[in-house]
Write a protein that binds this ligand. Structure first.
Ligand SMILES: Cc1ncc(COP(=O)(O)O)c(C=O)c1O
Length: 390
């Protein structure tokens, strides 16, 4: 039998989830809620199911949703998007990123991004034969300058990609940093791919600034936003791209041949969800902040330190007071002996060097976070086990 070789591997985040299930560990690895959707979201889905929306809709997205997104983009992101010209609704941000890579870049092009970086970017670039080149930023500030970007650029560089708030560390880029990225992109005529999946998940005192809203950014920016995290409905598979008109048209053609449309009833439900009152978003932020505090108290008690996040729902932790072994072994040991699953930090870098960080999520229910806290309180790390995660 013919066997095509592809240089893809299974996501390690998913592997940690499977291992956690097998060993009864509390899963703080994968960033999604382990509670069901909020009752108001379920109601929106049930109302949508009762409507006439069970066939294909427009490839670029249900008109009702694109209209609602255009209003939301104007209101929340400061971006004047035309619902018919600039928006393409996709099956999750995962499809959105994939078709952006496939449509706008050529095999061999370089995409610059900051590391630690969301694992999918690397695997999706492998699938599309792009070269994701990471710009490693260092704790405690994860800061950069124009010079940092210039040093990383090569002759094949066609795009710069960032997630803001930044998975996996939770950094929120400042307006000045976004301006530096924009100036760099304009100077070298690059696309900016901005993944703003966590745009509503902000720590107290932080504000979300969309790079696409800065003067001069629109014409080169492709925005990728998932509804999955904002409404805790990752299974609905509704996300969207915002791009200048000629690019949006091409993205739409590629999307047609991947999935045709995201599930129509859930598109309608998300259209209504975008009009939830501010209290919904504030409630979400307050709840995650509360969970974060419970987890931070437990992590501090166990000897971890972390980057103080401005957004998303991840804690990027240093465990040097607990162990000097590299992170894959440490994460496995913590899962097997401590009963808590996190993601070894090396997952978020290009392979090569040993790393010494671990990421935990506080996207889980209070009950799950409290269970993790109880286990962390009893943590006694012994000698490392012999096997590694992957
Ligand atoms: C930064 C970022 N972008 C995109 C996604 C995936 O979004 P979706 O579930 O809509 O494909 C995730 C999921 O964890 C993420 O962290």
């Amino acid at each position: 039998m013919r066997n095509k070789q592809i240089a893809m591997r299974e996501s390690i985040i998913r592997q940690m989830t499977i291992l956690a299930r097998e060993h009864g560990a509390v899963n703080l690895a994968q960033g999604f809620s382990d509670e069901d959707a909020a009752p108001e979201l379920k109601q929106l889905a049930m109302d949508a199911i009762a409507e006439d929306c069970h066939q294909y809709t427009d490839v670029k997205g249900a008109p009702l949703l694109r209209q609602a997104l255009a209003e939301k983009l104007r209101r929340y992101n400061g971006i004047p998007a035309d619902p018919d010209k600039h928006i393409v609704v996709t099956c999750g941000a995962t499809e959105g990123m994939m078709i952006a890579f496939e449509t706008l870049l050529e095999p061999g092009d370089t995409v610059l991004t900051f590391a630690p970086m969301y694992e999918n970017y690397v695997l999706q670039s492998v699938a599309t034969q792009l070269n994701v080149k990471s710009i490693e930023l260092e704790a405690p500030e994860f800061a950069f300058t124009m010079e940092t970007l210039e040093r990383a650029r090569d002759a094949q560089t066609q795009a710069i990609l960032l997630s803001n708030p930044w998975n996996p560390i939770g950094k929120v880029f400042t307006r000045e940093e976004l301006q530096t990225i924009l100036d760099f992109a304009i100077k070298h005529d690059l696309f900016i791919f901005r993944d703003e999946t966590y745009e509503y998940l902000l720590a107290p005192g932080f504000q979300h600034v969309s790079i696409g809203a800065l003067p001069g950014a629109m014409e080169r920016t492709v925005t990728i936003i998932s509804a999955g995290k904002t409404y805790s409905v990752t299974g609905w598979r509704v996300a969207y791209l915002v791009a200048p008109e000629p690019f949006a048209a091409r993205l739409n053609v590629m999307h047609d041949f991947h999935t045709v449309t995201a599930p129509h009833p859930f598109q309608i439900a998300v259209a209504h969800a975008t009009r939830l009152p501010d209290s919904y978003y504030q409630g979400l932020r307050d709840e995650y902040w509360h969970r974060k505090q419970i987890l931070c108290d437990a992590l501090a008690g166990a000897g971890f330190t972390w980057y103080e996040p401005g957004g998303a729902y991840f804690l990027w932790c240093d465990y040097s007071k607990l162990s000097d072994q590299p992170d894959v072994g440490f994460a496995r040991q913590l899962l097997l002996e401590g009963g808590v699953a996190g993601v070894p930090g090396s997952v978020f870098y290009e392979p090569g060097k040993p790393r010494y960080s671990i990421r935990f999520t506080y996207s889980k229910s209070r009950r799950t976070i409290e269970a993790a806290a109880e286990r962390l309180a009893k943590l006694r790390m012994g000698a490392a086990p012999a096997t590694a995660v992957s």
